[in-house]
Design a protein around this ligand. Structure first.
Ligand code: AMP
Ligand code: GLY
Length: 427
């Protein structure tokens, strides 16, 4: 047998995009995805092992003799999947459990930022609800209340007044709506400005800067409605100028990598820096220790050529000589979400029109919550598809993506019509 076997862990549109790109690598003979989804099954072999089943994933990787495991979501990273794989002698792309605390604990991330002198919102950490409430009353200004632990993106409340902040402290610390993740909270000063995502791939000391992207977190057009996992993204966002990009690298990425190394927990894998641009300078909102979703869809769509060497070099701990490689100048992804998303998504609606966009130029339909039943593809989760298109301009990418969205339909389908509004008409 020639060529390598790679295992991708996860089941969203992010993992579809990673598997799609890896499957095109001339060195890859087979991509396996655990557990995958109906769309991923079209380009890779799906195995029904859950992403957070650490023993199951290690056994699968060993049994299949894969040469690399690429871990998509944060939950398995935070519980130590990469450590377990490495102990079994299997190369893996992603941080160790200790390094994954940058996402797994918001208080830890703040401590690292303080130590590394990274620009971020002022903050205080509380283990005691009475003390947190006293702080909120005393502050008497807009605050952001964050549960310390992982909450699948639901642990942050941007409170417009003291009552909302007190309510957030009460439900997190007293009612424990997020369980132990809310036993400790971080209370931050509220920043204002455009938000962007910046990704770097790290090997512990070195890094390869990928491009910036901009997610759209609110459900409805005009940034209205509830927060979601992300309703669409585009790359590159012009708000990230060369000066801002240099500041992100020199004031955030480099000091954080140096601090993690100095602590004996070097960071490897994808580091996603969530940034707010405040008065022309970047301030960090959060770190994620994995690729963003839907940011990955636009980054992989733009990437030129083989992505395997990037992930292999990071896993090996030596990115020397690996350069970022862009082909498409612009990409844009529109998420098609299920009826009732994000609060109570409805499953089971049949999805129509996917074959009609298979050959659309520059368009890929990355699947997230889909499953196959009786030969048809149906809705199986909140975010269903991420229709992604590349273009020589952002407008071209947007018109291709939306033309494709207009051919796909399922009962109750929700989408935003204004993805990329910040930059459309300008490129
Ligand atoms: P996080 O998970 O920390 O990124 O928070 C989720 C969302 O809350 C972010 O994408 C921002 O929109 C918002 N947010 C987080 N921290 C702040 C802050 N200090 N000021 C204003 N908004 C924030
Ligand atoms: N798109 C935001 C995230 O992946 O966390």
């Amino acid at each position: 047998m020639t060529g390598k076997k790679v295992l991708v862990v996860g089941s969203g549109a992010r993992e579809h995009a990673l598997a799609w790109k890896l499957a095109q690598s001339p060195s890859v003979h087979e991509v396996i995805v655990a557990p995958g989804n109906a769309g991923i099954a079209g380009i890779a072999r799906c195995v029904a092992t859950a992403a957070d089943d650490v023993r199951g994933i290690v056994a699968l990787a060993r049994g299949e003799q894969v040469s690399l495991v690429v871990v998509g979501p944060e939950a398995p990273l935070v519980v130590g999947l990469v450590d377990a794989l490495n102990e079994a002698g299997i190369a893996a792309f992603g941080p160790s459990r200790e390094a994954a605390r940058l996402e797994g604990s918001k208080a830890f991330a703040k401590e690292i930022m303080r130590e590394a002198n990274v620009p971020t919102a002022g903050f205080a950490v509380f283990d005691d609800a009475d003390a947190a409430e006293a702080y909120v009353r005393e502050a008497n200004r807009p605050l952001v209340v964050k549960a310390d632990g992982l909450c699948a993106g639901k642990g942050v409340v941007v409170a417009k007044d003291t009552d909302e902040a007190l309510e957030a402290v009460r439900v997190m610390m007293r009612e424990r709506i997020h369980g132990e993740a809310g036993a400790r909270v971080v209370i931050e000063e509220c920043l204002l400005g455009p938000e962007v995502s910046y990704h770097v791939v790290c090997d512990g000391t070195r890094y390869v800067p990928l491009a910036a992207a901009q997610d759209h977190k609110r459900l409805r057009d005009g940034d209205q409605g509830p927060n979601t996992g992300g309703m669409g993204a585009y790359s590159p966002p012009p708000v990230v100028t060369a000066t801002i990009e240099r500041a992100i690298l020199s004031r955030v990425v480099e000091p954080v990598l140096a601090t993690m190394t100095a602590r004996g927990t070097p960071f490897r894998g994808a580091l996603f820096v969530g940034i707010m641009i405040v008065d022309g300078a970047p301030a960090v909102l959060e770190f994620n220790v994995r690729f963003g979703d839907p940011e990955t869809e636009v980054l992989m769509a733009r990437w030129k050529g083989d992505v395997l060497p990037l992930f292999e070099a990071s896993a090996r701990g030596d990115l020397t000589g690996v350069m970022p490689s862009w082909e498409a100048p612009h990409a844009l992804a529109v998420v098609l979400a299920a009826e009732g998303y994000p609060t109570a998504p409805t499953k089971g609606a049949r999805i129509h029109g996917l074959d009609a966009i298979e050959d659309a130029p520059g368009v890929v339909a990355f699947h997230a919550g889909t499953r196959e039943r009786g030969g048809a593809i149906e809705v199986a989760g909140g975010r269903v598809l991420a229709i992604t298109a590349v273009g020589s301009s952002l407008d071209e990418a947007a018109s291709r993506a939306y033309a494709a969205c207009d051919r796909v339909h399922f009962e109750g389908m929700q989408l935003r019509r204004d993805i990329g509004w910040q930059a459309r008409g300008s490129s």
